[in-house]
Write a protein that binds this ligand. Structure first.
Ligand SMILES: *[C@@H]1O[C@H](CO)[C@@H](O)[C@H](O)[C@H]1NC(C)=O
Ligand SMILES: *[C@@H]1O[C@H](CO)[C@@H](O)[C@H](O)[C@H]1NC(C)=O
Ligand SMILES: *[C@@H]1O[C@H](CO)[C@@H](O)[C@H](O)[C@H]1NC(C)=O
Length: 424
């Protein structure tokens, strides 16, 4: 630039033009410098908002840092409507009737025969009473998001499997594929299932694979209310391929409200042993040991809060009823199963796996399952759902198969490898 200007100057006009160009170049450079440090500042501000001052921190073998944060200082209490909220340390009601004298009675919990499952960070410590474990958000976590504000949120164009539409094209437009069982047409006050845990392979970092329960109310287009919980592998969200426990909620079809885990104000956690978003350990292996987790979400009829329990022993916390519109009363649909993102980055169907990456017909020890699938009915009782139906966009990529027996009640196998000769 300098050379061109000063070698070729012939007229005053040209000189002025050259000077003007030089000036513009330096302005642009200054602006870029500024926006870079402004961005750094923004990232830091965002991190400060997300990460509360811990009382103690635990380094997990997977590289996570788990912060033990004073329960009264958790992210939920940044919500203006929660400023005067009295923390509920116990639900008023439990659909399994486990509460005796205000305590969970372990004597009443039937051993369901599953191998015990915990979180990896437990190897290196515990969070004290009165605190909750929160997975610390790192700078890199935020920088991986396409836009900082969207970190921890689902894409606005996310859809939920909409089985009754009968128009699979509508769903696969956004590239999300499902293999699920579902019920609708009644009032649902909760849902439960025991899900075995795998580590599906993900083709592209911006894809994910998850297995979860959805409790849904409202219309699918604009005001969908959704509470979701299960396990997921999501390289974009966590920076690795580990299988993690997660929750999600939205009250406006993923537009402006809601987030994963504790990444926004919403879910109030009371438990000091289980961290949302932390790595689950151990995992099921093909032809080997099977490990599963139980998840129960139910509504406290008195306070209107939606509670979540992990396994038989951990009541994790609750979503305050006021976060929702339709779900303030009940859910109108419940779904259980898997979802993957098929971004077709190379023009072919993704090789991202769902569940174990094997089809349902391979059965126990090879295929992934949901067992003891139950709903909470309008008398607040847990029972097997009537008229459980299934849905998948393309059963040659991912499939689902229902079953019923005495041990497992209502159950299904689901999942698949994605791309294969029948799913090109
Ligand atoms: C919280 O309590 C204060 C003092 O009682 C009151 O002024 C304020 O409006 C309350 N805020 C909410 C969100 O209820
Ligand atoms: C949490 O903070 C409150 C005050 O906000 C304090 O009374 C309480 O002792 C703290 N708890 C712990 C475990 O530090
Ligand atoms: C995650 O898995 C993919 C292959 O499925 C691999 O290419 C990638 O390096 C893995 N990422 C990490 C952080 O281990």
């Amino acid at each position: 630039m300098d050379k061109v200007c000063f070698d070729n100057v012939k007229m005053n006009m040209e000189v002025m033009f050259c000077l003007f160009l030089l000036f513009m170049v330096s302005v642009v450079e200054a602006k870029q410098g500024m926006s870079l440090s402004a961005q750094k500042l923004e990232v830091q501000k965002h991190l400060n908002r997300l990460n509360k001052t811990p009382i103690k921190s635990i380094k997990s073998p997977d590289g996570d840092i788990i912060d033990c944060v004073n329960m009264s200082h958790q992210p939920a209490f940044d919500h203006p409507l929660l400023k005067n909220h009295t923390l509920q340390m116990m639900p008023n009601y439990h659909p399994e009737g486990l509460f005796r004298n205000g305590k969970m009675s372990k004597a009443n919990t039937k051993n369901e025969g599953s191998n015990s499952i915990t979180q990896l960070w437990h190897l290196n410590g515990k969070c004290p009473e009165g605190t909750i474990p929160i997975r610390r958000t790192k700078k890199d976590d935020i920088l991986r998001a396409s836009n900082m504000k969207s970190y921890g949120r689902k894409n606005k164009h996310s859809t939920i499997a909409k089985p009754q539409s009968g128009r699979p094209g509508l769903v696969s437009q956004t590239g999300h594929q499902h293999a699920i069982a579902y019920v609708e047409g009644d009032k649902y006050y909760g849902a439960k299932a025991t899900i075995n845990v795998w580590e599906p392979k993900i083709q592209q970092p911006n894809e994910f694979s998850l297995s979860q329960i959805w409790l849904l109310g409202g219309s699918f287009d604009s005001d969908l209310n959704s509470i979701e919980a299960g396990w997921q592998v999501s390289p974009d969200l966590y920076g690795d391929n580990n299988t993690r426990l997660f929750t999600y909620w939205t009250s406006d079809a993923y537009q402006a409200t809601g987030c994963y885990n504790l990444l926004c104000s919403g879910f109030i956690q009371i438990n000091n042993e289980i961290a949302m978003g932390a790595t689950i350990n151990p995992l099921s292996s093909y032809h080997g040991s099977q490990y599963d987790i139980s998840i129960l979400v139910w509504k406290d009829p008195k306070e209107g809060n939606w509670w979540m329990q992990f396994g038989n022993d951990y009541v994790l916390g609750y979503w305050p009823g006021f976060l929702f519109s339709y779900l303030t009363d009940h859910a109108t649909m419940v779904e259980w199963g898997g979802e993957v993102v098929n971004s077709e980055s190379d023009g072919l169907h993704t090789t991202t796996q769902m569940g174990s990456g094997h089809f349902p017909d391979e059965g126990f020890g090879k295929s992934s399952y949901f067992r003891n699938v139950q709903v909470v009915d309008d008398s607040n009782n847990l029972r097997a759902p009537q008229d459980l139906e299934i849905y998948t966009e393309d059963n040659s990529c991912y499939d689902v198969q229902l079953g019923k027996n005495n041990d497992w009640g209502s159950y299904f196998y689901y999942g698949g490898p994605g791309r294969n000769p029948n799913c090109p």
